[in-house]
Design a protein around this ligand. Structure first.
Ligand code: C2E
Ligand code: CA
Ligand code: CA
Length: 521
């Protein structure tokens, strides 16, 4: 929209200029009619014509100048709007549109001996900061990060903020070595603690980098490559930097294939649920079964949950898979003795899905399983997405009697705060501490402390991954109340689980000691 139409004065003024011009031309007509008048009169007429002509010329020039001014103003305004459209108002850095343009320009200007580094930066835990400390604090964190990027970026770098907490940097470099140094430097600059509104905040960053032309031929593909590298950096769970490599593309292809296989498997009922008993270390009796998904692929054989669960989580398929596991496992558990609990693993993605809590309650209702017999196992990854969704979900279900276990304790952030804030009944000490390669005398002390804390809070403490009788004894001595692992039994099909329960009942009636290992071959 041009400014001329918004400013009523300007068209008015130009009208008057054109009127002047026409008035200036009027005497011409008069001159023709007055040719037979006296000399002074003629002179006067000529003078009038001259004056009119001069006035007309002046008016025309003025009109032209004004038109030019209008055009200039319109151009400036358009340029300003274009500038605004390319910038992020919060940080002053380029936005996605602006950054794409800069990147395309840099790729075009790249000298044959240079490489173009594209670095994508994602702030870890920003959403949490934003939710817990408020948006003004979140905004200030983003501004501070932007400022630090400006200060530590090499000369000639283009900087941008995509959306939320994603930043980017592009700069031509002579070689990969320089690119690596820049990535390290940016990561360090961002990770320095900052103080905002009295809070000490550490913004760890995940960084994904790629180089043109080494890793991609076009700016678009360069973005895809850096994004992949960033994805890998995020998946590593520590705030670190990753450079793109070709294996990442293969990995994506593999995951895509697995995702489509999994979709088919869900439709064709190729998945099964196995149950692993959780044993009371005091009495030796089965207290619960953990439902674990199993996938037997027609051609590829068994695919492990450690492979397909992350793919299901990334693709969102976990919602359908998880709903199926809960409903099916609840239906099976309804046939067990009333004192046996069903444990089901729940991914963070499932919890944020709309209607998740109600979905679980209606599955229990349909299966005829008392909500108090269900224990949902969640990990601390749940709280990384912000506490609000998790809190609403857990408290809704807890009101109906559903219990919660904190799974894989000792691997993540392991914050005692979560144990206080949420209705956890059980703490599951991670296998890596119990029997993993990293477990040692020190882990025993850590487990002892965890068990003590759990018991003080009135919780059950489960030692996972018990493979030997020595580990069972050690964990019992350390204060764990429950145990799970291959020493007792692997995860078994539902009919075997049922047999274990029947066998236990029989042996108990006979006053015999039960040994579940016999059934779990
Ligand atoms: P998790 O929840 O920590 O489950 C325990 C895992 O440890 C299971 O692996 C189990 O088979 C294995 N395990 C049990 N005892 C021992 C032992 O003595 N030694 C060793 N080395 N391993 C033992 P699995 O079934 O492969 O599951 C891996 C992970 O996949 C599970 O870890 C859980 O996080 C996830 N998962 C499995 N099924 C589901 C599901 O239905 N939904 C969701 N969301 N996640 C699932
Ligand atoms: Ca579990
Ligand atoms: Ca676990």
């Amino acid at each position: 929209m041009s400014q001329a139409s918004e400013n009523p004065e300007i068209p008015g003024r130009s009208w008057s200029c054109w009127t002047y011009a026409l008035l200036g031309l009027l005497p011409f007509g008069g001159t023709i009619a007055l040719t037979d008048l006296s000399l002074p009169t003629r002179l006067l007429a000529v003078l009038a014509v001259g004056l009119g002509f001069a006035l007309a010329i002046k008016a025309v020039f003025k009109a032209i100048a004004e038109q030019q001014q209008i055009a200039r103003e319109a151009r400036d305004e358009a340029e300003m709007l274009r500038e605004q459209a390319r910038h992020d108002p919060l940080t002053g850095l380029a936005n996605r549109i602006g950054f794409d343009l800069l990147l395309a320009q840099m790729a075009m200007d790249l000298l044959p001996e240079e490489k173009l580094l594209l670095l994508l930066i994602d702030l870890r835990g920003f959403k949490q900061t934003n939710e817990m400390l408020g948006h003004p604090v979140g905004d200030e964190v983003l501004r501070t990060v932007a400022k630090r990027m400006v200060q530590s970026a090499p000369e000639g770098a283009a900087l941008g903020r995509l959306a939320g907490d994603e930043f980017m940097l592009a700069v031509p470099v002579p070689a990969r070595g320089q690119a690596e140094a820049i990535v390290t430097q940016m990561g360090e600059a961002i990770a320095k603690p900052m103080r905002v509104d009295g809070h000490r905040i550490v913004s760890q960053a995940c960084l994904g980098a790629a180089l043109l032309p080494d890793d991609a031929e076009t700016p678009d593909k360069l973005i895809v490559a850096s994004d992949l590298a960033l994805h890998h950096a995020k998946a590593s769970r520590q705030g670190i930097a990753r450079f793109f490599n070709r294996a990442m593309t293969r990995e994506v292809a593999r995951k895509k294939e697995m995702e489509s296989d999994l979709r088919t498997a869900l439709q064709r009922d190729e998945l099964a649920i196995y149950f692993q008993p959780i044993i009371d270390l005091g009495t030796g009796r089965i207290r619960a079964f953990e439902a674990l998904a199993r996938w037997f692929h027609a051609e590829k054989g068994e695919i492990h949950p450690a492979q397909f669960i992350p793919v299901a989580e990334e693709s969102g398929l976990i919602v359908a898979l998880g709903n199926w596991v809960t409903a099916e496992a609840a239906r099976i558990a309804a046939g067990w003795p009333a004192e046996v609990t069903l444990c089901v693993n729940l991914s963070p993605v499932q919890i944020v899905a709309p209607g998740s809590a109600l979905g679980i309650l209606s599955a229990l209702n349909e299966a005829g399983l008392d909500p108090a017999r269900l224990e949902l196992e969640v990990t601390e990854a749940l709280f990384a997405q912000g506490d609000q969704d998790a809190s609403a979900f857990m408290h809704t279900l807890a009101r109906h009697g559903v219990r919660f276990a904190l799974d894989d304790f000792g691997t993540g952030y392991s914050s005692v705060r979560h144990l206080h804030l949420y209705p956890f009944r059980t703490l599951k000490v991670d296998r890596s501490l119990v029997s993993g390669p990293g477990s040692n005398a020190r882990s025993d002390t850590v487990i002892r402390a965890m068990a003590e804390m759990g018991q003080t809070l009135g919780m059950n403490v489960v030692a996972e991954g018990l493979e030997t009788i020595e580990q069972v004894r050690a964990m019992k001595a350390a204060g764990c109340t429950l145990g799970q692992g291959w020493h007792f039994s692997r995860a078994v099909p539902d009919y075997t689980a049922m047999l274990m329960l029947a066998d236990e009942a029989e042996r108990l009636a006979e006053g015999d000691l039960w040994n579940p290992r016999q059934l779990a071959s």
